[in-house]
Ligand binder design. Structure first.
Ligand SMILES: Nc1ncnc2c1ncn2[C@@H]1O[C@H](COP(=O)(O)OP(=O)(O)OP(=O)(O)O)[C@@H](O)[C@H]1O
Ligand SMILES: [Mg+2]
Length: 261
C-alpha cells in the first residue's frame, strides 16, 4: 500500500475575537496531529463536538491552511504546490459535507452542478458520462434536470457524492456525511461509500461523532479530543479494548445492539 494522505505534526490556531490576535493567542483547534491514510483504506475520525475533526479534515485538502506542520497528498507537500498542483489536489481529494442541501447551489440543476465540476478543470463532458455518474450513485437519468428542492436529502447526498466522484479522486473526505439525513437513508449512503471504497479503490477519511458508524465503515479509527489524537487502532481493537478514557466513553455511549458480539 502507498500513502495517499500524510499529515505530520499539524496544528491550527484560529484567531478568535479580540481583534486580529492583538495580545491574544487565539484558539488552538488542532494541536500537533499526525495521521496517515493508505491507498484504498478508510480511516474513521471520531471525537466529541469541537475536538477539531472538521478543522483537521479541511486541512487535508487545503480548505484550511495549517498554522504549522505538513500535509502531503500522494507524497507532495501541499504548501509547496503551485496553481497547477493545487488544481490537481482538488481533483484527487474530493469532499462530501454534512448538509447536502447547503452544499448544492439551489439555482442549478443537477446537470449544471455536475457539468461545473468538469468545466472548472477545463474539461468537457457528455450526457452519457453524466448519466453514468448518476447511475454509479444509484440515481436515474431523470435527476439531471432536477433542482435541489426537487429531491430528498438522501437523493441530494447521492448527487453530492456523484459530484465528488466526477473527477475520479483518490481520496474522499466525508465530514459527517449522514448526520443531516433521516435514519432510514443513512445506511444506504454509508453502503454506497463502502461500495466505492471496495469497487473503485477510493480511500476515505470519514469524520463522524458516531463510533457505531465508524466501526462498520472504517478499517482504522483515530480518536480526537481537544485538538489531539488520543488513540488510534483498527476498528476491532478500538471496540474490543479501548485504552483512552475518551475512547471508552465513546464506546460506552454506543448502543449495545451496535456493538460487536
Ligand atoms: N473559523 C473558525 N474560527 C474560530 N474558531 C473556530 C473556527 N472553526 C472552528 N473553530 C473552533 O475550533 C474548534 C474545533 O472546531 P471543529 O469544527 O474542527 O470541531 P469538530 O470536531 O468538527 O466539531 P463538531 O463535531 O461539532 O462538528 C471549536 O472549538 C470551534 O469553535
Ligand atoms: Mg465538525
Amino acid at each position: 500500500m502507498s500513502t495517499i494522505l500524510e499529515m505530520t505534526d499539524v496544528s491550527k490556531r484560529y484567531r478568535t475575537a479580540g481583534g486580529f490576535g492583538r495580545g491574544r493567542k487565539g484558539f488552538l483547534a488542532v494541536d500537533g496531529v499526525s495521521l496517515h491514510v493508505e491507498r484504498g483504506e478508510a480511516l474513521g475520525l471520531v471525537g466529541e463536538s469541537g475536538s477539531g475533526k472538521s478543522t483537521l479534515a479541511r486541512m487535508a485538502n487545503g480548505l484550511v491552511v495549517p498554522t504549522s506542520g505538513t500535509v502531503r497528498t500522494d507524497g507532495q507537500d501541499i504548501a509547496r504546490l503551485g496553481r497547477r498542483g493545487l488544481r490537481r489536489l482538488r481533483r484527487n481529494v474530493a469532499m462530501v459535507f454534512q448538509d447536502p442541501l447547503a452544499s448544492l447551489n439551489p439555482l442549478q440543476t443537477v446537470r449544471q452542478t455536475l457539468e461545473n465540476v468538469f468545466h472548472a478543470h477545463g474539461e468537457t463532458t457528455s450526457t452519457a458520462e453524466l448519466v453514468a455518474l448518476l447511475e454509479s450513485v444509484g440515481l436515474g437519468a431523470d435527476y439531471l434536470k432536477r433542482y435541489p428542492h426537487e429531491a430528498s436529502g438522501g437523493q441530494l447526498q447521492r448527487v453530492a457524492v456523484a459530484r465528488a466522484l466526477a473527477l475520479k479522486p483518490d481520496l474522499i473526505i466525508a465530514d459527517e456525511p449522514t448526520s443531516a439525513l433521516d435514519v432510514s437513508v443513512r445506511a444506504q449512503i454509508l453502503n454506497l461509500l463502502a461500495d466505492l471504497q471496495r469497487d473503485q479503490g477510493i480511500s476515505f477519511l470519514h469524520v463522524s461523532h458516531d463510533l457505531a458508524v465508524i466501526r462498520l465503515y472504517s478499517d482504522r479509527v483515530a480518536v480526537m479530543q481537544r485538538g489531539r489524537i488520543v488513540e488510534t487502532g483498527s476498528s476491532e481493537e478500538i471496540f474490543r479494548s479501548p485504552q483512552h478514557p475518551c475512547t471508552r466513553a465513546l464506546v460506552e455511549a454506543t448502543p449495545e445492539a451496535e456493538l460487536p458480539a
